[in-house]
Design a protein around this ligand. Structure first.
Ligand code: ATP
Ligand code: MG
Length: 255
């Protein structure tokens, strides 16, 4: 049965999609069967893996609304062992539709339960909000993985996020745990980055992954080519860091 990891932080632009795509890529490289679920209405994980959103007959919208089976939207990517449940910008409107449904909190969990036996890891990329889609992700997951950008206000909103996690845990998903916090866009030349990293470590202690993801232009370039950085430039600092993150994630999720 798959281990389900929700990559989340309601703060925008902190590296959620980059982390979800590259973690998925390197877990798949390590021979695990991986499904990446794109639950961000911008569909950045979908395009980041080179999938043309206009070519899709169905996507997360139809799966969440129960129009098609969850398994019907899953596509293989060009990478071995890595599949994706893609999304289109329509997902933003789907969220409004979802509020009218009885199963509005658990439709993602229901969908995942139909395919979980086919995968070792399922990674969910979340939108930058504590919205219904994010709550669906939390309810469907074993773990949360929190990317935190090493910038001013890094920990802004984190208390609220942890409160949401607590509520979800209490109300509907007692097994939910924080897998870890990964510091992203770390720039070792600036003292700000190291100050913020120290602050993150003070707050989250041993939950912080040993590896930090450096600010690296290759990481930023890769999505415009529709590929993970590990495929775009496997010798880049960013690729090496994400490979190491995947190793730590495997270590922390060993059953
Ligand atoms: P959103 O909240 O909008 O969904 P996000 O949290 O998913 O954003 P990303 O889209 O992963 O964040 O990253 C935001 C931007 O920063 C993107 O342009 C991405 O390419 C860039 N970026 C992410 N990580 C790095 C990095 N390590 N080095 C350089 N650029 C990065
Ligand atoms: Mg994103």
């Amino acid at each position: 049965m798959a281990t389900v990891i929700c990559v989340t932080n309601q703060k925008g632009g902190v590296g959620k999609t980059t982390t979800a795509v590259n973690l998925g890529y390197f877990l798949a490289k390590s021979k695990y069967k991986v499904l990446l679920i794109d639950s961000g209405p911008q569909g950045n994980a979908t395009s980041g893996l080179g999938i043309d959103k206009n070519s899709l007959n169905s996507s997360m919208t139809e799966a969440l609304l129960g129009v098609v089976k969850f398994s019907d939207i899953i596509k293989e990517t060009k990478y071995k062992n890595l599949d994706i449940a893609p999304t289109t910008p329509q997902l933003a409107n789907t969220e409004v539709e979802l509020t009218k449904m009885n199963k509005k909190f658990i439709c993602l969990r229901d969908g995942i339960s139909q395919v979980a036996q086919n995968y070792d890891y399922i990674i969910i990329d979340s939108p930058p909000s504590l919205s219904l889609l994010t709550v669906n992700g939390m309810i469907a997951s074993d773990y949360l993985l929190l990317p935190v950008q090493t910038e001013f206000y890094a920990l802004e909103g984190v208390a609220q996020l942890l409160e949401s996690m607590k509520l979800v845990k209490k109300a509907s998903n007692p097994k939910l745990k924080l897998l870890g916090v990964v510091a992203t866009m770390y720039d070792k030349r600036t003292s700000l980055s190291s100050q913020v990293l120290a602050e993150i470590k003070k707050y989250f202690k041993d939950k912080v992954f040993d590896v930090t993801i450096p600010r690296n232009v290759r990481v930023a370039e890769a999505p415009s080519h529709g590929v993970p950085v590990g495929s775009y430039d496997k010798f880049s600092k960013g690729a090496k860091a994400y490979k190491e993150l995947a190793r730590e994630v495997i270590e922390r999720t060993k059953k």
